[in-house]
Ligand binder design. Structure first.
Ligand code: ADP
Ligand code: ADP
Ligand code: ZN
Length: 221
């Protein structure tokens, strides 16, 4: 089962993907995470995308499509040529060209898309979600200043680390750019999937656990 989680920045795509990974053993492919890893490692791709990401703009379709293709190949290899446990695409595709590229990448590997889950959110809530977001520096678990605090203050629930980090692009300044790009380039790919009967909407303003339940019921039907 291969699914896309689609929604604006801060909608909860990463949060929901990691819960589906834990509960279903699916694999999360987040182009944002891959690009941040490339940036932190100082690879040629990382150097190329650093400033674009800092501004909240999109990196090129070719770069992200290549990253996804490489990851699909290594997953297939790990699963011994099998289709594996299923993939959650988080933050990809973000443009019509990426949506077309994904169709091709999947078809070439004998796979297909099963669901596109659109997380619908109140735009006014997104700024607070984004500026309050932070993650564990060791294991990557996501938190929020108000909406998802660790059980013990300053200690990661998952791995016990006391080091946390915030994304340099999670600032009030980039949010307007990122939202405008979502509206102008990403939301328009929904009709492309809707025409194939793949889109299901989930209320992303509900509590984190309720959102997960709503997604699970779509995957199970
Ligand atoms: P995205 O991957 O779509 O950009 P995230 O999953 O990183 O979004 O969520 C953004 C922030 O909002 C995180 O700090 C997360 O803990 C918090 N969050 C996610 N889902 C919810 C929710 N349903 N209600 C309240 N806060 C949420
Ligand atoms: P969010 O869900 O908060 O928007 P992501 O972690 O998905 O953040 O992406 C962070 C940044 O990485 C984006 O603002 C963009 O610069 C870049 N990026 C991630 N995925 C893509 C993609 N599919 N196409 C182009 N740029 C991307
Ligand atoms: Zn941790």
């Amino acid at each position: 089962m291969n699914i896309i989680l689609l929604g604006p920045p801060g909608a909860g795509k990463g949060t929901q993907a990691s819960r589906l990974v834990a509960e279903r053993g699916m694999v999360q492919l987040s182009t944002g995470d891959m690009l941040r890893a490339a940036k932190d490692a100082g690879t040629p791709v990382g150097l190329q995308v650093r400033d674009i990401m800092a501004r909240g703009e999109l990196v090129s379709d070719a770069i992200v499509s290549a990253l996804i293709g490489e990851r699909l190949d290594s997953l297939k290899e790990e699963a011994g040529g099998d289709t594996g446990p299923g993939v959650i695409f988080d933050g990809f595709p973000r443009t019509a060209a990426q949506a077309e590229a994904l169709d091709l990448l999947l078809a070439e590997r004998g796979q297909q898309l099963d669901h596109v889950v659109e997380l619908t959110v109140d735009e006014a809530a997104l700024t607070e979600r984004i500026v309050g977001r932070y993650t564990c520096a060791k294991c990557g678990e996501g938190y929020h200043d108000r909406f998802k605090q660790p059980a013990e203050a300053g200690v990661c629930d998952v791995c016990g680390s006391t080091e946390f980090k915030r994304r340099p692009d999670d600032t009030a300044e980039t949010i307007a750019t990122r939202m405008a790009i979502y509206r102008g380039e990403t939301a328009p790919i929904l009709p492309f999937y809707d025409a194939r009967g793949l889109v299901a909407q989930v209320d992303g303003m509900a509590e984190i656990g309720q959102v997960t339940q709503a997604i699970e019921s779509i995957l199970d039907r």
